[in-house]
Design a protein around this ligand. Structure first.
Ligand code: CTP
Length: 485
């Protein structure tokens, strides 16, 4: 995927006019990236929060950030570039009336950042056209095993390999029989036989065909071969008066099954990760509180990146103005004490990342009613909040394997962060300079130093999403390394 994107962006960068190229060159230099990488970063950032938007708005958000450059990428490819974890899905559409729902499935998968390629069986083309499927995918749909053009373009073996997951929807009785028997007499069957990637089928057929002994046998064989199945559902059939088990699962059910499969494939699959994020609010009275400028962007991005890498994630968040990242559990809290309680509730975990900007102090006796402006200003008696990171890092039993703290500093960033690493007892510290002139607090870019007992690694300025992805990669590598030892 990244490779293809690189190809696309290099073509388009060349096409840009000189003024825009210069702008892009400056941006790339500032971030220490190649121009292609910069284009990729812009696309990724611009698309991070567009899941809920319609296509037109999404595109305008992508195009705008670099001054109206039209990157000339196919519409759908832009939508697919939402995250570095874009999943490549090969959708095989079988020949059944449910094929029309597969067109919607393409959209729903793309909305979640997947890049979808399509193969239509000969029978599928009686229900939907390769043109419609291709238009939605943003690239031609494939249909013929003996088509010299597609063999020249991609070839059936590459179609089988250049994907993360194969989805067969609708999976007809005939297609299931071919899969179970290892046939390769059309493009769909040949690709299904050639692929080593996980396969998900969404069967759809008449209830009598679904109940037939041959289909039962084929289904058992496919399950034994590791093929996953979603549906079918019970309900009305296309044939008048027919009802029963055999309706294809709804597109969103298929998407949920895809997401569950991808989670079990990622570098953090099977791991439990806890992330704290955002500020805490410490009440003064019912209408006032002590807070800080943390936006929660970095913590939320880390939680989202860990979930995208397959982890089972609990995000404990203070009050933020951000949507809940999809695919993870969010526990919302206000105060440091509530955050500590939620964190302890979430344990045990493999990895804990403490990105929250926890208020160090709370008001000893918050007023139950609004404090009135009478006489001299009130003195607020403050007491220290529990240190959540230190509490977890110093646990004798049930300490996460990897405890990661943050250090938001304005002076002597690395020296202060090193002292924090020792004092708090964590394994790594992600240190950043939050002086107002850096724009890091609340902004979208972060420049961090990763500090461990072994040394300090300084990362180039990059988006908070990129920092999150890099951190998650490091976490996965460290856990793998620890397992080997
Ligand atoms: N932290 C925490 N609980 C607290 C205070 C901080 O879990 N009560 C965590 C933060 O989530 C962060 C790390 O400790 O991972 C460092 O936070 P920071 O505010 O930079 O450090 P402090 O300990 O508050 O030190 P100081 O304010 O003196 O720099």
């Amino acid at each position: 995927m990244a490779h293809e994107m690189a190809k696309m962006s290099s073509i388009t960068v060349r096409k840009l006019d000189e003024r825009l190229k210069k702008q892009l060159r400056l941006r790339a230099a500032k971030h220490g990236r190649s121009m292609e990488d910069e284009v990729r970063a812009i696309l990724r950032d611009a698309t991070t929060n567009i899941e809920q938007l319609d296509v037109a708005t999404a595109i305008s958000r992508i195009v705008d950030p670099i001054g109206g450059i039209d990157l000339e990428l196919p519409t759908r490819t832009r939508l697919n570039e939402k995250t570095a974890h874009s999943t490549r899905i090969l959708l095989i559409i079988g020949g059944g009336i449910a094929a029309y729902k597969s067109l919607d499935l393409i959209r729903r998968l793309q909305e979640r950042g997947a890049r979808v390629r399509c193969i239509l069986t000969p029978a599928a083309q009686r229900f939907v056209t390769p043109l419609a499927a291709g238009a939605l995918c943003g690239e031609r749909a494939y249909s013929d095993l003996f088509d010299p053009q597609s063999e020249f373009d991609v070839g059936h073996i590459r179609l089988a390999r250049d994907t993360d997951l194969v989805v067969v929807a609708p999976a007809t009785a005939d297609l299931m029989a071919k899969m179970a028997g290892g046939h390769a007499d059309d493009l769909a069957a040949a690709v299904l036989l050639a692929t080593g990637k996980p396969i998900l089928i969404a069967p759809a057929m008449n209830p009598h065909m679904w109940a037939a002994k041959a289909t039962r046998r084929n289904l058992a064989q496919l399950a034994a071969d590791g093929v996953r199945v979603v549906g079918p559902n019970s309900g009305e059939m296309a044939e008048r008066g027919e009802a029963g088990l055999g309706r294809m699962a709804e597109p969103l059910e298929i998407v949920a099954a895809v997401e569950a499969m991808m989670r079990s494939e990622g570098p953090l699959s099977g791991r439990r990760v806890l992330v704290t994020s955002g500020p805490t609010h410490e009440p003064i009275d019912p209408v006032r509180f002590i807070a800080n400028r943390s936006s929660g962007k970095q913590g939320h991005a880390i939680a989202a990146a860990a979930a995208a890498a397959g982890a089972d994630v609990v995000l404990v968040s203070g009050p933020v103005d951000l949507p809940d990242p999809p695919g993870l559990a969010v526990v919302k809290v206000e105060t440091a004490e509530q955050m500590l309680a939620a964190v302890e509730q979430a344990l045990p975990v493999d990895v804990a990342v403490f990105a929250a900007a926890v208020a160090d102090w709370r008001v000893e006796r918050p007023s139950g009613s609004k404090i009135k402006k009478v006489g001299r200003p009130q003195q607020l008696g403050l007491v220290e909040n529990p240190d959540i990171l230190a509490t977890v890092a110093h646990r004798r039993s049930g300490r996460p394997r990897l405890v990661i703290g943050f250090a938001a500093e304005t002076d002597d960033v690395i020296a202060n962060a090193k002292a924090k690493l020792a004092k708090k007892g964590c394994d790594w510290i992600v240190a950043n300079d939050v002086s107002p002139e850096t724009g890091i607090m609340g902004g979208d870019v972060n420049t961090i130093h990763l500090i461990a007992a072994a040394g300090v690694e300084s990362w180039p300025p990059q988006s908070k999403n990129d920092v999150a992805r890099m951190l998650v990669e490091r976490i996965a590598a460290a856990l793998k390394e620890a397992k080997r030892r």
